[in-house]
Design a protein around this ligand. Structure first.
Ligand SMILES: *[C@@H]1O[C@H](CO)[C@@H](O)[C@H](O)[C@H]1NC(C)=O
Ligand SMILES: *[C@@H]1O[C@H](CO)[C@@H](O)[C@H](O)[C@H]1NC(C)=O
Ligand SMILES: *[C@@H]1O[C@H](CO)[C@@H](O)[C@H](O)[C@H]1NC(C)=O
Ligand SMILES: *[C@@H]1O[C@H](CO)[C@@H](O)[C@H](O)[C@H]1NC(C)=O
Length: 586
């Protein structure tokens, strides 16, 4: 009887333990880790805001105070590949290169720093966050000035969009500024998004509006704090430059304002980066790009290994399955899972019409124009499979027949990896230790009840983490709105009995430990659309306080915070949230 539900969860949402919770990244080496556990374990989880303020404020020594000392390098990227021979930003079809030189177009009008991520600025870029308050920073971080060593580049790639080969795409409004090697020896590629036209802009203006930029800034940082691999955002600069957009693709043009996000990733290469080379028969270049990617980003692969492409492929298959399982475990729908929006490093990139699911619904589609639900949350695992098939096609010219069939076999393993990972993640969400035969059933049964009662995905799991064994026993869920919703289901108490029985069977586990484990993987706060919308409407009037507040709160998604509670971020969503349409154009 329950097999259908098993299918459901597997259609829906897969390794060993949930990744470390990045709750205390801001602390200095000295006080890190030692007290982090105690804080998380404090039975109430109610750390005062001041505790956090002071954490944010702990300064790292030897940070660069002077922006002029900040240097990036483009040498590696430029020397590794042939560069487009044509200069200038006119839209064109580009061949035989990986990058085109492209100078950003500075934003017009007064510039304002709307947000900066101290964690990224100090922890990755080694800059004192105070430098972001300077005029120089506004210019560097919006394309008006180039850091020493920077040769801005636009990347040529292609991709399958909504199931079909779309030909040449490329960075149409993003500029790579170069690589920065930080004090930890990590290499990060800096990119501006919204910084003007490139040869890949097609009919676009190369700009991004405040709305979509606030969303990218907030969500990429929030995803990181949730422990999901992602690109990062350093800053958000807004301008007065008018940018005209048809927000809902319904013919209503509206003048908005331009903004630029300074974003970072270890690499911005996508599945589409390889596809375009394969499709256009540029096989030498395909080999070169793969060599580069493997050398730089897959250190465990030996470049003399005759099967190196297979090992590469199997790594990407594995990591992609893991990534999508993580998305599912936090209810994240990316919204545009085209092959060009899928990173070769399997990190989350290209934040557009994404959304966090509120009521549990496998058909949740964040892009309101995606009528067919191609990129619904429950379809993401399948779309991942589709994209990996396209990656295999792109690698085709470099594989022998035997390797081709081995690669197909590797791809077949994707589904199992995904299922395994989902199973582990959801078991952790329920606080389950060890493995029992009925665990899959227990998870699927719960999801079915959640679907029927439209209970809130995030808060149902959170409140199950916060509820004590005693409360479970007495079935008293006062003040727990998501569990109250759930308990309206006629099978809820059947499920609850099963769950209690499973928990009681866990020897050497205390109720407090169980709660703590669960609270570390079930966030209390995610970036719900209505929260973002409210911050955006203020930002559009140059009030960035709510962006800052959200950024701050979402950096500690697993910890109950007073300001967040006051703002209603863990409460039942306001009525207007239901009517909200996510703006798709960006
Ligand atoms: C850090 O704390 C000091 C003293 O409390 C305060 O003056 C300063 O503004 C804080 N800096 C930041 C970046 O919050
Ligand atoms: C698959 O990816 C996960 C997540 O990155 C990693 O922990 C695991 O070791 C990988 N497994 C294999 C076989 O590479
Ligand atoms: C995904 O890639 C397409 C093609 O380059 C691009 O138009 C779109 O903006 C990307 N999506 C996001 C959210 O960046
Ligand atoms: C939303 O879906 C529609 C329909 O498939 C598509 O045309 C549009 O490009 C999507 N929006 C974004 C931002 O990807």
């Amino acid at each position: 009887m329950w097999s259908r539900y098993n299918m459901l969860i597997f259609a829906l949402v897969a390794a060993t333990s949930f990744p470390p919770v990045h709750v205390l990244e801001f602390c200095t080496d000295r006080d890190c880790h030692s007290d982090s556990h105690d804080n998380m374990a404090s039975s109430t989880s109610q750390l005062s805001e001041n505790t956090f303020k002071s954490r944010w404020n702990i300064s790292v020594s030897n940070l660069m105070q002077d922006l002029d000392k900040f240097r990036v390098s483009c040498k590696k990227l430029i020397e590794a590949f042939p560069i487009d021979e044509v200069d200038g930003n006119s839209a064109r079809s580009v061949k035989n290169c990986i990058f085109s030189r492209s100078i950003p177009t500075p934003l017009k009008g007064p510039l304002r720093l709307a947000a900066a991520s101290k964690e990224v600025i100090e922890g990755i870029l080694d800059l004192d966050v105070a430098v972001t308050w300077s005029d120089d920073f506004l210019h560097y971080a919006s394309g008006g000035r180039l850091a020493p060593g920077s040769v801005p580049l636009a990347h040529r790639y292609g991709g399958h969009q909504f199931g079909y080969w779309a030909g040449q795409l490329g960075d149409g409004r993003a500029h790579s500024l170069g690589q920065y090697t930080n004090r930890k020896g990590e290499v990060w590629e800096l990119q501006l998004k919204g910084s003007g036209k490139t040869p890949y802009s097609r009919s676009g203006d190369g700009r991004a509006v405040i709305r979509s930029s606030v969303r990218e800034f907030l969500c990429s940082e929030a995803m990181h704090s949730l422990g999901v691999p992602t690109s990062r955002a350093a800053s958000l600069i807004v301008s007065d430059e008018p940018v005209v957009r048809d927000q809902f693709y319904n013919g209503n043009m509206k003048t908005e304002r331009g903004a630029v996000v300074l974003r970072l990733a270890k690499s911005w290469f996508r599945i589409g980066s390889l596809e375009i080379l394969s499709q256009s028969g540029e096989i030498d270049l395909l080999r070169k790009l793969l060599f580069f990617v493997i050398e730089e980003h897959f250190p465990s692969i030996n470049s003399d290994d005759p099967d190196k492409y297979l090992v590469f492929y199997s790594t990407v298959v594995n990591e992609t399955a893991h990534l999508i399982a993580q998305w599912m475990s936090v209810g994240f729908a990316h919204g545009v899972c085209n092959t060009d929006n899928f990173s070769l490093l399997s990190i989350t990139i290209d934040y557009g019409p994404f959304g966090f699911m509120e009521s549990y619904n496998p058909n949740f589609v964040p892009n309101t124009s995606d009528d067919e639900g191609r990129y619904s949350i429950g379809a993401q695992a399948n779309v991942g499979l589709f994209n990996l098939e396209k990656l295999l096609t792109a690698l085709g010219p470099l594989l022998s027949n035997k390797q081709q069939s081995e690669a197909k076999y590797i791809l077949k393993g994707y589904v199992d990896i995904y299922h395994m990972r989902i199973h582990q993640l959801f078991k952790a969400k329920l606080g389950l230790l060890g493995e029992e035969e009925d665990d899959g059933h227990l998870i699927a049964f719960l999801l079915k009840i959640m679907e029927d009662t439209q209970s809130d995905f995030t808060m149902t799991f959170r409140q199950l983490s916060e509820v004590s064994a005693q409360q479970l026993h007495s079935r008293s869920f006062t003040q727990m709105w998501a569990l109250e919703d759930l308990s309206s289901h006629k099978l809820f108490f059947d499920w609850l009995s099963m769950y209690q029985h499973r928990l009681i069977g866990q020897q050497d586990d205390s109720d407090l430990d169980r709660q703590q484990r669960m609270k570390n993987v079930n966030p209390r706060y995610v970036l719900r659309n209505w929260m973002a919308e409210s911050a955006i409407s203020k930002a559009e009037m140059n009030d960035f306080s709510e962006v800052e507040m959200l950024h701050y709160i979402l950096s500690f998604p697993f910890v109950t915070q007073e300001t967040a509670e006051e703002a209603g971020y863990a409460a039942r969503p306001p009525l207007w949230a239901k009517r909200l349409k996510v703006s798709c154009s960006s």
